[in-house]
Design a protein around this ligand. Sequence first.
Ligand code: PLP
Length: 391
Amino acid sequence: MKDLKQALEARRQQHLYRQRRVIAGPQQPHARIDGQEVLSFCSNDYLGLANHPRVIQAFQQAANDYGVGSGAAHLVNGHSHVHHQLEEELAAFVGRPRALLFSTGYMANIGTVNALLGRGDHVFEDRLNHASLIDAGLISQASFQRYNHADLAALANRLKKAGDSGDKLIVADAVFSMDGDLAPLPQMAQLAQEHNSWLMVDDAHGFGVLGEHGQGSLEHFGLNLQQVPILIGTLGKAMGTAGAFVAGDEDLIEYLINEARIYISTTAMPPAVAEATRTSLQLVSEESWRRAHVLALVARFRSGAQQLGLNIMPSITPIQPLLVGEADTAISASEALLQQGILVSAIRPPTVPKATARLRITFSAAHSEEDVDRLLTVLESIHPMLNGALS
Ligand SMILES: *Cc1c(COP(=O)(O)O)cnc(C)c1O
């Protein structure tokens, strides 16, 4: 048996030990964490809906009307009228025939890939894909083909090598969660078509944020159902609630209902979460200023950070990491920021490749311009620490 204490100690020595912070009160930029007042830039609540009065009201009302627990899986008797309405509204929002709710994005990914693939099939993944996508591919027992980040030639090569035996599925992370950059989805869709492969896009960080109507990365690129037959969206990020969905055509959704084991054998999310999400979705549709505002804050940050000579990465999304290099530098920088009341998390291996530790800064429509300016001022004060490491 492995010595757990020793394994933990080794982690600590390498500055890779992970610990949770305890937050008091709701998810919002000005928060109280471990007893300290902080201005936080680490949430995925991109549109500021996690603590929105109308979303809270919908949740409370639904708890009164439907109780708390859903009581059973969707296929037993847990599929509430509210879940059903949310599925229809999500499908309409992304312009697809059907949508299917899952309790988490991790589960949606595992359920979908595993319903579609098995031994003898092939799955193709970018090395920087989210852990849930990598796990989904590994669990499926399909032959697992990983290629270097955004390397289309490598993807094409692997598709060609896979030949004609077995089904093929390209699994794409639309917005890379630790980098903020977009996958080259139009080219990937083209390759999928050329090689008779499915394309599944996980738009956890684009859904609600990108595209004129907030439909996400597919709207941003102008990609349709034929080009991307399988779309995953999560609800715990821009929607400010919890859960996820898969959107596609009638056959895909009916197939998942029948074949996705993780869907079949798990309790449905509480109906009140679905009802709160219906309100979030309405706010996303009605209040386009939220998208405009968060993207304006991103532009303000990028221009300020550029003036300071900071190592920003090529990202148009609310995820704006600063590359610092070594894990211990990232930790020290994060601690120095916290001393000045700014909460930014240090992201280290194995979440990101070796020597690419970073501060993962994220913005929300709940931030103000003043918040961004304060972040920049504090970053300037720790500037030597940030850039020294890389040169
Ligand atoms: C957060 C995330 C998930 C997981 O979604 P949960 O609902 O939190 O389980 C899946 N894919 C990507 C790309 C993510 O960033």
